[in-house]
Write a protein of this length. Structure first.
Length: 451
């Protein structure tokens, strides 16, 4: 990187950053306490609270949010009359899925081939460390020129809305002139990118019942209604022949006007097997940033091992529906529920349960904060110009913050570039990305203070 003093400071802090991320990744902070102990999440929250206190933050608190998890808050005062910037990240993580499929243990940070591997390394414990690096670099080079608030969420991955509800009940807490969400990522490693749009999401659990109990498939199969077969019919109705999402009444033909995602690059990023087609129509950018997408996240039914020759009396599934900006998530949920009921065959009994929901988000990339970020990224990534892209994922808190603080500018940056493989096995973070984005955030805070 250049001889910029901030960049030099961040470079010198990278060994400390690796040690801290190693400690954070070690907490199994999955906010599903049926799977992982609550103490693991509490440990991560206390680690962040201690880190903030050591950096001089005031009013550090573990906020008990309505979904039973904790978010960590702290305030670092800047010069009198300075602007206020809120820095966001989350410390909860996705479950590691099949731990045996990881090359190294998921909750141990391991360096391999120039990357640091571990669950949460990029999404989003690395974001916590990024914020700390940026602030330390500024403190070592003239001081932090703005008031800083930090909020680290404890249940973002679960979509249960704890911090959203808390913010609505305490709207004064997170007020700021600008909010930096450290939970997105560059379009490609080495290409500085701000995320302009996020899809909203809804999670719905579907239960199908047909019989009072399982029946012998030889004695009753062929006439007895099979709940698992009925559920399969319902799930299949959510996709057209080409794989496009088809929810009755939900528009799915929008186009993305901006940075494009080349199909071959997408195939490589997604690790699509040779000979397997992509699903949907339109450009890849249309499909992942501008159109709804349904995914069956799980099915409760007998596993193959140990299965008996039975007609199933009941079956259930968890469905995720992502919706683009301009589509109301509440209305999309209603359409999804109505579709499920309309496409349930044989008069089977069907019920739906809403598990989580969040609205889509669209940023104002013409705002002064974005100009400050573009200038900062040009220094952190020499020779590169800041790009704007969409992101198919959801951060429900963004829309809540935009609604609570309509005058506040919201920027999305982060470490989740394609090679990070967030939510998958062998998640990793690029230390080079961590270093450069920490520099960019520090320089952004300096630029924004002067704007």
């Amino acid at each position: 990187m250049s001889s910029n003093p901030v960049a030099e400071t961040v470079a010198s802090l990278m060994p400390r950053a690796k040690a801290e991320l190693t400690e954070l990744v070690a907490f199994k902070s999955v906010a599903d306490f049926d799977q992982y102990p609550r103490s693991e999440s509490e440990g991560a929250a206390n680690w962040i609270a201690d880190a903030l206190r050591s950096e001089g933050f005031q009013d550090v608190a573990l906020l008990d949010t309505p979904d039973g998890t904790q978010s960590v808050y702290g305030y670092l005062p800047g010069p009198e009359g300075a602007k206020t910037v809120l820095l966001y990240a989350h410390y909860d993580v996705q479950p590691p899925l099949d731990e045996a499929a990881w090359t190294t243990p998921p909750f141990e940070l391991v360096e391999r081939d120039g990357r640091w591997y571990g669950r949460g390394s990029a999404d989003c414990k690395g974001g916590v460390v990024m914020h700390l690096l940026a602030l330390r670099a500024l403190k070592a080079n003239g001081g932090v020129p703005v008031h800083v608030k930090v909020i680290a969420e404890g249940s973002e991955e679960q979509g249960t809305g704890g911090l959203e509800r808390y913010a609505e009940e305490h709207p004064e807490l997170l007020t700021a002139d600008t909010i930096v969400i450290g939970d997105a990522g560059n379009f490609r490693a080495g290409l500085p990118t701000v995320t302009a749009t996020l899809r909203g999401m809804t999670l719905v659990r579907v239960q199908v019942d047909t019989l009072e109990g399982n029946l012998h498939s030889g004695q009753f199969g062929g006439a007895a209604p099979d709940a698992l077969a009925a559920l399969i019919r319902v799930l299949d109705s959510l996709r057209a022949k080409d794989g496009s999402t088809t929810v009755d009444g939900l528009a799915g033909e929008a186009a993305w006007d901006g940075l494009q995602y080349e199909e071959q690059a997408f195939r490589e990023d997604a690790k699509v097997l040779d000979g397997v087609e992509l699903i949907g129509s339109g450009t890849v950018a249309d499909r992942v940033w501008a159109r709804p997408a349904v995914t069956v996240l799980g099915i409760d039914c007998p596993p193959v091992v140990g299965a008996t020759p039975s007609v199933q009396a009941g079956a259930r599934a968890l469905i995720s529906l992502r919706v683009p900006p301009g589509v109301d998530a509440v209305e999309a949920t209603k359409l999804l529920e109505a579709h499920i009921e309309a496409h349930t065959p044989w008069g089977a009994r069907v019920s739906t349960e809403r598990i989580g929901q969040g609205q889509a988000f669209r940023a104002d990339t013409s705002s002064p904060a974005y100009a400050s970020m573009a200038e900062a990224m040009a220094v952190a990534y020499p020779g590169q110009k800041m790009q704007s892209a969409g992101m198919g994922g959801s951060i429900p808190l963004c829309n809540t913050l935009a609604s609570l603080y309509p005058e506040t500018e919201i920027l999305l940056i982060g470490l989740s570039e394609p090679k990070a493989q967030i939510h998958a096995v062998n998640e990793s973070v690029s230390p080079d990305e961590l270093e450069r984005l920490s520099v960019a955030e520090a320089l952004f805070l300096r630029n924004y203070a002067a704007s």
